[in-house]
Design a protein around this ligand. Structure first.
Ligand code: SF4
Ligand code: SF4
Length: 238
């Protein structure tokens, strides 16, 4: 096995990479991956790639893609180019972005990236909540698997929990995250969370890696459009 050379990904902000040997994954996940693979015998590894901090967004803007989903398109294209440059015609299959039912947060936990925050966005001690999953692929590679560093959740040591009081919907007041309450607030006219999450912004962990305002507006604007799209579908189906 050889160490992965992720330099081309690092440079554009795809700076989180985790390589798993499929044979070493928990049985349930192995079964899930086998059911998603076009031919399970072709793949030995699962490669998970993410971004942390604002660099990826700067790279996406610089690429000026004519796309309604520029982050996904840029990430997929960049990973494909990286993979072809290093592994040629080695078999690979994208699982994400796409419709494959893959629990990215579970993979993030296995990689040591993800702890659950009170508002259910992943958090870790270094990046805070300012990271995201971008690409997952099956591959016939023999890259040295990534050592996992399982740190403690920063939320365990955060006694003030400013995220809970910053939320204008009080969506965490019961101790559990009330997603319908969050969504209802976000859909209100004049909502302060139409294009951001005040709870996320208030978290003191990893603030120097915070996405810039434009990326935050882009991400939350997209998610609100998806919420309205689903709501319109429910109304029409009803
Ligand atoms: S404010 Fe505290 S409890 Fe809330 S997400 Fe950040 S670290 Fe966790
Ligand atoms: S988006 Fe707004 S309403 Fe929803 S959890 Fe974040 S702060 Fe609360």
């Amino acid at each position: 096995m050889t160490a992965g050379d992720f330099g081309a990904l690092e440079r554009v902000g795809l700076n989180l990479q985790a390589v798993f040997d499929i044979a070493a994954l928990p049985e349930g996940l192995r079964t899930r991956l086998a059911s998603l693979a076009d031919d399970p015998d072709r793949y030995r590894q699962l490669i998970l790639i993410g971004n942390a901090g604002p660099t990826l967004w700067a790279s996406v803007k610089a690429a000026s893609l004519d796309s309604t989903d520029p982050i996904d398109d840029f990430s997929t294209r960049t990973v494909d180019e990286w993979f072809a440059a290093h592994y040629g015609n080695t078999p690979s299959q994208h699982l994400y972005p796409g419709d494959a039912p893959l629990d990215l947060q579970s993979l993030g936990r296995l990689a040591g990236w993800h702890h659950s925050s009170p508002f259910k966005i992943g958090i870790n001690a270094r990046w805070g909540t300012w990271f995201a999953y971008r690409v997952a692929l099956l591959a016939g590679t023999g890259i040295a698997p990534t050592p996992v560093s399982q740190g403690e959740s920063p939320c365990n040591r955060c006694s003030a929990k400013p995220c809970t009081t910053a939320c204008p919907a009080n969506a965490m007041e019961s101790g559990d995250f009330d997603l319908p309450r969050c969504i209802a607030y976000r859909r209100r006219a004049g909502s302060a969370c139409a294009q951001t999450c005040l709870a996320r912004i208030s978290c003191p962990v990893g603030t120097r890696h915070r996405y810039d305002e434009e990326q935050i507006r882009h991400g939350y604007g997209n998610s609100l459009r998806m919420i309205e799209w689903y709501a319109a579908g429910a109304i029409h189906r009803g």
